[in-house]
Design a binder for this molecule. Structure first.
Ligand code: NAD
Length: 499
C-alpha cells in the first residue's frame, strides 16, 4: 500500500494545492512505498505567512520557557527512538543501527540548544564612559528556513531546527523529498512537546519550494546542506536577496595512513568510514592515502581481504554492514563512476558492480568497490561519487600526502593515522580542511563545537551547531545608555568618545 504524505503547516497536515507528488521508494525492493506532495509557490507562501504570524509570540517567550519545549521534545523522543530509526532506515536504506546514530547526533544538538538561556546572554560593560553602560543582546531573525539532504534525514533537520527555534525564530524545514517521513514525525513531536503551531512548518518539495523560500522577503536566513552546485546556487541567490545564508556542500575526504600507523586499525577505520551507510555520508572517507609503497601494498591487501567479508543486506537486517543506496539514480551513478575509473586507468582491485541480493533483485544495492593507484588527474579522484567506492591514492612521502587533501577543491573532513605526535600536530595545523581527525576516521565534531567544511564544501562564515549556530540565528543589538541625573550639558558636535 502506498502511503500519502503531507506538508505540516500551522500544526496541521495538508497536501497543499500544487497537485504534484513525488514517489518515495523502498530502497530494499525498489518499490514505491509513499507519495510526497511537492509544494508550489502558493503552498510555500502559506507556510511563510503562517510562520511569520506564529513567530511574533514565540520570539517573546523567555529563553527558559523555549528551552523547556526542547526538553519535553527530548523526553518524547525516548519513547520512539526505535520506531523513528526504523522509519528512517526504511526510506533511506541505511541500517537500523546506523539510523539510531543519525537520530542521536541530531538529538545532541537539541540538548545543546536547550542551554539557550545561557547561550543567549549578551555582553555588558559597566561605566564605558562616565555614567554610560553598554550592553549587547541577541535578537531572533524572524522566519528562517532550512533545506536538507536525504542522507541524514533526522540529524541535519535537527541541527538546523533546534538552535533556530531556541533563539526565538520560526523555522520552515524543506527536507529531502526522498525520505521525508522522519522530518514530518519530528515536527509532530515538537508540537506535542508544546511548540506553538506554525513555529515549525515542514514544506515538502523541490526547486519551486526552495526558490520561493529564497525569494520571499519574509524569510530572513537560509541554511542549506546538500550537493555543492546547489549549495553555491543557494548561497549566491540568498545573498542577492539580502538574506543570511550558510550552505554546506559535497566532500572528498582523505585519510592519510603513515608508515608507523597500526595498519589493522587503519584498515578497519577505512572499511567503516568508506563503506558504512553505503558511502552516503558527507564525512565518509573516499580517498585513502598510504605513505610509501610498503604501507600501500600492505594496506591494499588488508582492505581487499576485509571487503570479502563485508555483509551487504537489507536495511532491517541486524547483521548487515550496510544496506542499499537511496535510489536507482544513485546506483546508476556509482556504477558509472566505477566504469569511469577503469577507463581512466585506475586499478580496480574489487569490483562492486553487478552485486545483487537474493530475493531483492530490484533493490538499489551496490557492492563495495576498491580502486588502487588513483591519481589527482582522474575524475574518480576529483569528483564526489557518494557511494561505496574507496580510492587509494599512493603518496611517496608525508609532504606529498599532505598536499593531496590541501589542494583538493573540497575541504570537508580529513584524517591522519599515525603514532607520532609531532606528525599529527604538524598535519592538523597545516592541512587546508575544515574538520580533522587524528586516529579518528569520521571527525564529526560534538554538538557544542561547530561543524563545517572549507573550500567547495562550505559557503558562508558561520558553521552549524555549537556557538556559531547561535550567532547565525540571531542578530546582535548593541545598546549604549546613559541615565543623567539632570541635563547638565548641552549638545555636543564632536564624535562621542569614552576617553
Ligand atoms: P541535493 O543537493 O540533491 O539536495 C539537497 C536539498 O536541495 C534537497 O532538499 C533537495 O530537494 C534540494 N534541491 C535539489 N535540487 C535543487 C535545486 N535545483 N534548487 C533548489 N533546491 C534543490 O543533495 P542530496 O543528494 O540530497 O544529498 C547528498 C549531498 O549532500 C552530497 O553531496 C553530500 O556530500 C552532501 N552533504 C553535505 C553535508 C555537509 O555537511 N557538508 C552533509 C550531508 C550531506
Amino acid at each position: 500500500m502506498v502511503r500519502e504524505l503531507t506538508h505540516f503547516i500551522g500544526g496541521k497536515h495538508t497536501t497543499g494545492t500544487s497537485g504534484l507528488f513525488a514517489d518515495v521508494y523502498d530502497p530494499n525492493t525498489g518499490a514505491v512505498q509513499a507519495r510526497v506532495p511537492l509544494a508550489g509557490r502558493a503552498d510555500a507562501e502559506a507556510a511563510i505567512a503562517d510562520a511569520e504570524e506564529a513567530q511574533r509570540e514565540w520570539g517573546q517567550w523567555n529563553p527558559q520557557r523555549r528551552a523547556r519545549v526542547l526538553m519535553r521534545f527530548l523526553q518524547l523522543i525516548e519513547g520512539e527512538r526505535d520506531s523513528l530509526a526504523r522509519l528512517l532506515s526504511a526510506e533511506h536504506g541505511k541500517t537500523v543501527a546506523d539510523a539510531h546514530g543519525d537520530l542521536q547526533r541530531g538529538l545532541e544538538v537539541v540538548e545543546f540548544a536547550a542551554g539557550i538561556p545561557h547561550l543567549l546572554k549578551g555582553e555588558f560593560t559597566d561605566s564605558a564612559g562616565t555614567g554610560i553602560d553598554v550592553h549587547s543582546l541577541r535578537a531572533p531573525l524572524g522566519v528562517v528556513a532550512g533545506i536538507t539532504p536525504f542522507n541524514f534525514p533526522a540529524m541535519i533537520p535537527l541541527w538546523k531546527a533546534a538552535p533556530a527555534l531556541a533563539c526565538g525564530n520560526a523555522f520552515i524545514l524543506k527536507p529531502s523529498e526522498r525520505d521525508p517521513s522522519v522530518p514530518l514525525r519530528l515536527a509532530e513531536l515538537f508540537l506535542e512537546a508544546g511548540l506553538p503551531p506554525g513555529v515549525l512548518n515542514v514544506v515538502n518539495g523541490g526547486k519551486e519550494a526552495v526558490d520561493t523560500l529564497l525569494e520571499d522577503p519574509r524569510v530572513q536566513a537560509l541554511g542549506f546542506v546538500g550537493s555543492t552546485p546547489i549549495a553555491a546556487h543557494i548561497y549566491a541567490t540568498a545573498a542577492a536577496h539580502g538574506k543570511r545564508a550558510q550552505c554546506f556542500g559535497g566532500a572528498k575526504n582523505h585519510m592519510i595512513v603513515m608508515p608507523d600507523a597500526d595498519l589493522d586499525q587503519a584498515a578497519e577505520a577505512l572499511i567503516g568510514a568508506g563503506y558504512g551507510s553505503a558511502g552516503e555520508r558527507c564525512m565518509a572517507i573516499s580517498v585513502a592515502v598510504p605513505v610509501g609503497e610498503e604501507t600501500a601494498d600492505a594496506l591494499v591487501a588488508k582492505l581487499k581481504e576485509r571487503i570479502a567479508s563485508l555483509r551487504i543486506g537489507t536495511s532491517d537486517d541486524p547483521d548487515a554492514d550496510f544496506g542499499p543506496l537511496v535510489s536507482r539514480d544513485a546506483l546508476d551513478r556509482v556504477n558509472r563512476y566505477v566504469g569511469i575509473g577503469v577507463g581512466e586507468g585506475a586499478e580496480l582491485v574489487v569490483d562492486g558492480r553487478g552485486f545483487t541480493l537474493e530475493g531483492h533483485e530490484n533493490g538499489f544495492f551496490a557492492g563495495a568497490s576498491l580502486f588502487d593507484r588513483v591519481t589527482p588527474a582522474m575524475r574518480i579522484y576529483q569528483e564526489e561519487i557518494f557511494g561505496p567506492v574507496l580510492c587509494v591514492a599512493r603518496a611517496a612521502d608525508y609532504e606529498s600526502a599532505l598536499r593531496l587533501p590541501s589542494e583538493h577543491p573540497y575541504g570537508n573532513g580529513v584524517a591522519i593515522f599515525t603514532r607520532d605526535g609531532d606528525t599529527a600536530r604538524d598535519f592538523t595545523r597545516r592541512v587546508n580542511t575544515g574538520m580533522v581527525g587524528v586516529n579518528v576516521p569520521i571527525p564529526v565534531p560534538v554538538a557544542y563545537h561547530t561543524f563545517g567544511g572549507w573550500k567547495r564544501s562550505g559557503f558562508g562564515d558561520l558553521n552549524q551547531h555549537g556557538p556559531d549556530s547561535i550567532r547565525f540565528y540571531t542578530r546582535t543589538k548593541t545598546v549604549t545608555s546613559r541615565w543623567p541625573s539632570g541635563v547638565k550639558e548641552g549638545a555636543s558636535f564632536t564624535m562621542p568618545t569614552m576617553g
